[in-house]
Structures are given as structure tokens and as C-alpha cells.
Design a protein around this ligand. Sequence first.
Ligand SMILES: *Cc1c(COP(=O)(O)O)cnc(C)c1O
Length: 392
Amino acid sequence: MTSSFFPPHRTLMGPGPSDVSPRVLGALSRPTIGHLDPLFVKLMDEIKVLLQFAFKTGNELTLPVSAPGSAGMEACFVNLVSPGDKVIVCQNGVFGGRMKENVERSGGVAVMVEDEWGRPVSVEKATAAFDQHPDAAILAFVHAETSTGVRSDAAALCNLARERGALSIVDTVTSLGGIDVDVDGWGADAVYSGTQKCLSCVPGIAPVTFSAQSVERIQKRTHKVQSWFLDMQLVMGYWGGSSKRAYHHTAPVNALYALHEALVILQEEGLEASFRRHRRNHEALVAGLEAMGLAMAVAPEDRLPQLNSVLIPAGVDDAVVRGALLNDFNLEIGAGLGALAGKTWRIGLMGHSSNEQNVVACLNALEAVLGREGADITSGKALLAAKAVYAD
Ligand SMILES: *Cc1c(COP(=O)(O)O)cnc(C)c1O
């Protein structure tokens, strides 16, 4: 007989999922009701309004796709890209590479603008790409590159797309709730996110929002969207404004209770207060890591507060340290990805995980494990450096 599964209580300080608040876990366990129940339809309406608040948008077409962040990405590409469309894709990490795949699988032509991993997307290079390809219909980029911990200038990039008569597709999976995501202020057109990063909800849902211009582009399509499930014209019949909802798929009812609760928590705290909390815990963590003698991988002005890339000190075995943190301290941090595999650790301070207790626990555990592994670090200084930031 297979017995029930009881996971341990880990502290999640990797690139997602982040720690889920007990309030969100509580919401998840409430009684399941029908996905066309009038009370559930009311909940859906509230989720739409809460997502508009989180994205800072008045976009009518704002909803949670019933699948993870990658499906949010795919929803934006398959609906906006038709065969033959040219899309400028900015890549400065793992997720830009997935955007290229999405363009090509939608029959489009990807024009790549490549930047070094660990550096933001260059607005100059993107501008030059439009000069060379004035017929490009879309500009796509990642606001917060989780593979490196770098923030790019979304306002400038969306503005560039507008100036060139193109639409923008923006990945805000890691940014939403942690740093400013200003969809209407940026003039962004198709924006997707995830639930398990700074919203600290369970994984498996992808908030998306589409501007009026992008909805117009979708309505003018002459080629059917290649994905039935992600075709927004069909999804709109279920999530649309009118009270008569047509069955499209069975919504993940309980997961949406959880998303609703996570967004209520965000609203209670306030967006600006959440951004300040993420910044402060980031500053304390960095102060502690640097006092230990570790170096950050990203320049201070480009860093994401919710995803901290640290260079692995020479002679230290990446996997041994992460394994010890997990097994001896119940603490998960992330490995480097792609070009940074084996070179960096990624320490997440996302959503509910972004708190002083986690910063302290992480610095203590890392200092203990690195000391045991014989790494050349300074002991006894990290905690005081972090505490000094909080006392400030
Ligand atoms: C995590 C992440 C994704 C993918 O989200 P999943 O929920 O894992 O599918 C996409 N883009 C970025 C920037 C991410 O951090």
C-alpha cells in the first residue's frame, strides 16, 4: 500500500515556488463548488479586478490562464503571432530563449537581440533591430529575468515598440507583486505572469492581461490560433464580461480560491509597501552575503530584489552546498541556469518568503555550510551586517 504524502516544511528561497502563506493554503482547502456556480462566477469577477489592481491596468481582458506561467507566455504568443509575423525577441537569459521557441512554433520569424546573461536588455540594440526590421510587428522581452536576477527597462522598451507601431509582449512572471509592474503606464500590450513567485500562491496559474490594441489584433486574425486551449477568443466566452458564461474548460476551482486569497493579501499590504519590503530584505541579504565575503553576480542598479544571484566561491561544490542546505536546514535555494550553471546560486526573496526571519536563516545556514566545506569566507559578520540594515 502506498501511504499519504506529507511533505516537510521547507523554507523556499529559490527561483519559485516561494513560501505559500497559511491563509492561501487555508483557502485552497475550502469546499469545491461548481465552476459555473453563480458564487464561483462572482469570485472570478473579483479575481479579474484584483489582477487589474496588481498589473495596474484597466484592461478588460485580464484573467488567470488555468496553467503555469509558461502557458501564460504561450497564450500571449499564439494569440498575437500569425504565420509570417516578424517578432523582435530580446534575450538576456533563459526565458528569452523560450520566447524565440514560441514565435517560431506560432509560424513567426524571430529577430534575436542578444545581451550578455547578467546584463539588462539593451534598449539601443532593440532600437537598432527596429531600424533594420521596420516591419517587425511585435517586441518581446522579459522584465525580470529569473535565470540571472536582472531587471530590464520595461517602460523604455514598451515605449520603443509603440513608437515603431509594434505591440509589446512582456514577461512579468517574477516581477508581479515584487517590483513595479505598470501595464498601463508602460503602454504594454500582452503581459503574463505566474502565481508561485512574488504572489506566493500555489504554482499552476498564469495571470495575463491584453491591451485594447492587442485584442484588436487577435480579433483581426485570419489564421486560427494553433492552440485550442489558449485561444483567447474562446477563453473570453468563459471569462468574458457578460453574465452568461459558456463552458470552455473546468477552472481549477480551489487553486483560484488560493489566487484570490493571495491577491487579497497583496491588496491589504498595498503594492508600494510590498515593493518596499522586497527591497529592504534584499538589501539586508546582500549586506550579509558581502560581509561574509561573497560577491553578487549582477551590478547593483540592475538587481532584482526578489532574486539574488551570488557567485559561488572558488573551490566550493555547488551541489554539495545546496544539498546540505536542503537536507540539514530545510532551506531551498536555486542553482544557476544555462550559462550560469555551476557559477551562481539564486537566492529568492519572493512574496511571503521575503521576510527578515528567512534572511537571517539563510545567512546562518549558508555560513555554517560554507564553513564546513572549507570555503574562504568571513565568519561572524553576516548577521550583524543584515541586522544593521533592518535597524536603519
Ligand atoms: C518561472 C518563470 C516562467 C515560467 O513559469 P512556470 O510557472 O514555471 O511555467 C517564465 N518566465 C519567467 C521569467 C519565470 O521566472
